[in-house]
Unconditional design. Structure first.
Length: 293
């Protein structure tokens, strides 16, 4: 029997309290259902509850928020509240196979998830957006800003990397993924499948283990972004990271110098998870970046 793998149970964070005007599942071609959420300022709450698409035309352009690997959009709770308090709506997405979104059949890639996010934005009745991405979400936001300038008003990238080599070597993603795959195989088709054990009662369940393994494996092989391609990003951009980030500092600097006229913000004393560690800094920088647009 393989050693029981430990799923990541993150420390708690404050969920958004801003007005939730819409929460819906957006179907994708491969069968995935992407959970999309629209939070709106109080001044637009009644109109948005009646008809979000009509209200969207009256509101400022939204901030599209994209979370990190293994998370859900609520990690931006305090930032969502700050943006809505400024008078601007937020569209937040649970990336596929995470939060309330389902897996679908397609190979997990950052390009696929970037497409999911844009589909969710459109499904909620919004067009252009300011982008705020953290970790995996920052990779997706960079891809959107590069490939869809017509939809991108500004970009705040937090803790992104352009290739797996940009992540600190001490973060053993591949070994963790293999342990999780082995656990799932043991209960689904190995010796464990012959035991008097209901796999749905095992923690983690085989499906939980396999999904987490797939998400970790994605970080082992992707992204593969050419730094030179970032010269195509023309919107106001801030590149942000913690002083003690799991992303190598040279990787953050490379992203900064590769995006024309971008700002670099390093948060002293902070690690990787800035939406939890330093939400006030994130809120300040997203609003400052928006003001540059």
């Amino acid at each position: 029997m393989p050693e029981r793998p430990q799923l990541h149970f993150p420390s708690p964070y404050l969920l958004p309290t801003a007005h939730l005007a819409a929460a819906r599942l957006v179907p994708m071609a491969d069968g995935a259902q992407i959970a999309a959420f629209a939070y709106v300022p109080d001044a637009f709450a009644r109109a948005a509850d009646a008809e979000l698409a009509d209200a969207a035309a009256q509101m400022p352009d939204p901030v599209l928020m994209l979370h990190g690997n293994g998370e859900e959009h609520g990690i931006f709770g305090q930032v969502i509240d700050a943006v809505c308090a400024s008078g601007r709506p937020v569209v937040a997405v649970d990336s596929r196979a995470q939060g309330k979104s389902t897996r679908g059949m397609a190979e997990l890639t950052y390009e696929l998830m970037a497409g999911d996010a844009l589909a969710a934005l459109a499904a909620l009745g919004f067009g252009k957006a300011h982008l705020l991405g953290f970790s995996d979400g920052a990779i997706e936001a960079i891809i959107i800003a590069r490939d869809h300038p017509e939809l991108t008003l500004s970009l705040l990238s937090i803790g992104a990397n352009l290739s797996p080599d940009g992540v600190d070597d001490s973060f053993q993603m591949e070994q963790a993924a293999q342990n999780l795959f082995a656990w799932a195989d043991f209960w689904e088709k190995g010796d464990g499948s012959h035991r008097n054990v209901d796999p749905s009662l095992v923690r983690p369940t085989p499906q939980e283990a396999r999904t987490t393994a797939e998400l970790l494996h994605m970080m082992v092989v992707y992204p593969q972004i050419d730094p030179a391609s970032l010269s195509q990003i023309a919107c106001p951009t801030t590149v942000m990271a913690g002083e003690f980030d799991e992303i190598k500092r040279e990787e953050t600097d490379l992203i900064h110098v590769s995006i024309p006229d971008s700002r670099l913000v390093i948060v002293p004393g902070a690690g990787h998870v800035l939406p939890k560690e330093a939400p006030e800094d994130v809120a300040r920088e997203v609003l400052a970046t928006i003001a540059m647009a």
